[in-house]
Design a protein around this ligand. Structure first.
Ligand code: HPA
Ligand code: ZN
Length: 324
């Protein structure tokens, strides 16, 4: 079964490249790049990977992001992820990155960072045949000026970026704050997706659809609280990019046996399975499928989820046909 789950062709549609920074690599990069971390040993650092909510994870995630400095750091991070993704049967990956943090908080050069990530994706394409693209994610709890500045920097390179996303602390940062940034991204010809309904309410999902014109909802777990919205999302075929291990580790769900994915699938929602921040949540994408197998989802439903990931991607129709 594990082998079948890892070889099933699939797309990964909800993956933060910074969330693939494994603790050992972060610790090594900190040393190599002269970045001071608050922990004196790797073991002490690893003891921080117990999360009580989204914010407690984000605090560590942003702290370790400071260890990424050079173009090769970004390239190597991408190649390391794509190597693991390839082993898990990923054929196409649409990958978030958080440039506001790298550029506005950590002082890196936007083009250097983007060049490293794109070079890594090129290597993944040549080495493994993995297609895909980058989704520039707006960090919703940072200053809106920093989001605008990043869009200014991205504009000359808009054709090298697939879309815009919205991530980080959700509650208190509703979609209506980001209408202008998403409108601008649409003018670039970018796809639009948004994290909504992870810790935030179902209303944020509705607003992401109505105000931001999101084509997919990242997480979307709280759609279970609004049946009318759920029916609309089923009717319109809007995909949800669900991340079971993330939900468990961030206590969005308290017991994997209560994860709503099986019910969502039965209700007709176009759910997909993804790993979100696999270096933090205990497994890459095949492990997320395996977690669902462990709660009793049958192989045919797991295969349907993999099929959904292909249909929900922004790959061309020709590429989708190849992957099915
Ligand atoms: N939610 C919100 N922001 C994030 C996440 C997430 O799961 N991962 C990285 N940034
Ligand atoms: Zn996410």
């Amino acid at each position: 079964m594990r082998q079948a789950l890892a070889t099933m062709p699939k797309c990964e549609l909800h993956l933060h490249i910074e969330g693939t920074l494994e603790p050992d690599l972060a610790f090594a990069l900190a040393k190599r790049n002269g970045v001071a971390l608050p922990w004196t040993s790797l073991d002490e650092m690893k003891a921080q990977y117990e999360f009580e909510d989204l914010q407690s994870f984000l605090d560590l995630y942003y702290a370790l992001m400071r260890t990424l400095k050079t173009k090769d750091d970004f390239k190597d991070l991408m190649v390391a992820y794509l190597t693991r993704a390839n082993a898990d049967g990923v054929k196409h990956a649409e990958i978030f990155f958080d440039p506001q943090v790298h550029v506005c908080t950590n002082g890196l050069d936007f083009d250097m960072m983007l060049d490293g990530l794109l070079e890594g994706m090129m290597i993944g394409r040549e080495r493994f045949g993995i297609t895909g693209g980058l989704i520039l994610s707006i960090v919703r709890d940072m200053d809106i000026d920093s989001a605008n500045m990043i869009l200014d920097l991205a504009q000359p390179r808009k054709d090298e970026i697939l879309g815009i996303g919205l991530d980080s602390a959700e509650v208190g940062y509703p979609p209506d704050r980001f209408v202008d940034q998403f409108a601008r991204a649409r003018s670039f010809g970018w796809h639009c997706v948004a994290h909504a309904g992870e810790e935030g309410p179902a209303a944020y999902i509705r607003d992401a659809l109505d105000l931001l014109h999101a084509e997919r909802i990242d997480h979307g777990i709280h759609i279970q609280d609004d049946h009318e919205l759920l029916e609309r999302v089923v009717r319109d075929g809007v995909p949800l990019t669900c991340c079971p291990l993330s939900n468990l580790r961030l206590q969005v769900v308290h017991d994997m046996r209560k994860h709503p994915i099986p019910e969502f699938l039965h209700e007709g929602l176009m759910c997909t399975v993804n790993s979100d921040d696999p270096a933090y949540f205990g497994g890459y994408v095949a492990a997320n499928y395996a977690a669902l197998a462990d709660i009793g989802m049958p192989m045919e439903e797991l295969a349907a989820l993999a099929g959904n990931s292909i249909d929900a991607s922004f790959a061309s129709d020709g590429r989708k046909a190849q992957l099915h």
